[in-house]
Design a protein around this ligand. Structure first.
Ligand code: TXA
Ligand code: MG
Length: 336
């Protein structure tokens, strides 16, 4: 059953039943070695799922649960292998969406749930995205309208010291540092590609969040970025391709004359511009695909706060990344 959380829609099943959990993998077409998050409705339910609860986990639960923080901890023997993909750890979070909490309470078990998209597609932030990806493959979608955060939860590994962010999300590294002191960022969490041997989270190995269009991400000095984005758009247009610009900045004049998409302008996000971009990013990527856009040129955003989660997703979706320096507009980094 698909259900809303405050981050993205999830595809839930009884997290104590290996058979139910296997059906999630089948519906999504998800590789069997990529483990799932267990969702609980009360922080105290964490104890039954893990071997030990470190002091930091209690502090974090008090501070950020319910909310978009997933903690990776040593798993209890009772957690099915199908959930953890055979790992010695388990990922647990308590979502804050009232519908998610009601569902978990009614289920009476921890609910195993990945994002409710076909594997490799952008996560769903609306029920219609779930339908587009999984119609005919699942029975029920609980529709509660668009999700709030719009990007998946922060995944924090608490089995290492200092704790390590495996995936940036709604709880920022600044938030975590404020509470824990020191926190490390896995290179993949910044969006860098990592060798398989370095992948601490199986999800890091897979291409993610990718629309069908070719995504070209331009990062770096703000003023230089706009110039490079325009030059690229012009080049692709001249080549006869349907090109559109995904604009994250506030300057509405910068790209006049081009097909410009601005994620999140329709939604009123209390957290300002960055929160609005996060909330609307996946919907924009899906809408651009549907509109037949062939090349998406993305204007990068400052990778601080929630911006880090946005850039992580964009870097992973991009088939080409261009880094420009101040003044020059010079390319400093190639494609991957
Ligand atoms: O916001 C979210 O987290 C959403 C909603 C539905 O809760 N869920 C979600 O699940 O994004 P999913 O499966 O799409 O992403 C879970 C990520 C994957 O990258 C997976 O590899 C990682 O968490 N993960 C799960 N268990 C892990 C573990 N034991 N150790 C390390 N990484 C783990
Ligand atoms: Mg996912």
């Amino acid at each position: 059953m698909a259900f809303p959380t405050e981050t993205v829609y999830g595809l839930g099943a009884d997290g104590t039943s290996p058979a139910a959990v296997r059906r999630i993998f089948a519906a999504k077409g998800r590789p069997g070695d990529n483990p799932l998050i267990l969702h609980i409705a009360m922080a105290a339910d964490l104890h039954a799922l893990v071997r030990s609860v470190p002091r930091e986990a209690n502090i974090l639960a008090r501070e950020f649960w319910p909310g978009p923080l997933t903690m990776v901890l040593p798993r209890a023997a009772s957690v099915p292998d199908a959930v953890t993909a055979g790992l010695d750890t388990v990922a647990v979070r308590m979502p804050s969406h009232p519908v998610a909490l009601a569902l978990i309470r009614a289920a009476g078990v921890p609910v195993a749930a990945p994002s409710a998209n076909r594997s490799g597609r952008p996560s769903p932030t609306r029920a219609e995205h779930v339908l587009a990806d999984l119609e005919g493959r699942i029975e029920v979608i609980l529709d509660a309208g668009p999700t709030g955060v719009g990007l998946e939860s922060t995944v924090l590994d608490l089995t290492v010291s200092p704790p390590m962010i495996l995936r940036p999300g709604g709880v920022t590294s600044e938030d975590l540092e404020r509470v824990l002191g020191r926190v490390e960022l896995h290179p993949a969490a910044a969006g860098e590609s990592v060798a398989l041997a370095q992948a601490r989270s199986p999800g890091m190995k897979y291409v993610h969040y990718a629309p069908e269009a070719r995504v070209v991400l331009v990062e770096g000095d703000q003023a230089a970025v706009a110039g490079r984005v325009r030059a690229l758009a012009e080049g692709y247009r001249t080549a006869g391709l349907r090109v559109a610009i995904l604009a994250t900045g506030g300057d509405s004049e910068a790209y006049s004359g081009y097909d410009v998409w601005r994620p999140g302008t329709a939604s009123v996000a209390p957290g300002g511009r960055t929160a609005a971009v996060a909330a609307g990013l996946y919907a924009a990527l899906r809408d651009m695909d549907r509109a037949g856009v062939e090349v998406i040129i993305v204007e990068g955003i400052d990778a601080r706060g929630l911006g880090l989660a946005i850039m992580n997703r964009l870097r992973r979706a991009a088939s080409e990344r261009i880094l420009v320096g101040p003044g020059t507009g010079e390319e400093q980094d190639g494609s991957r």
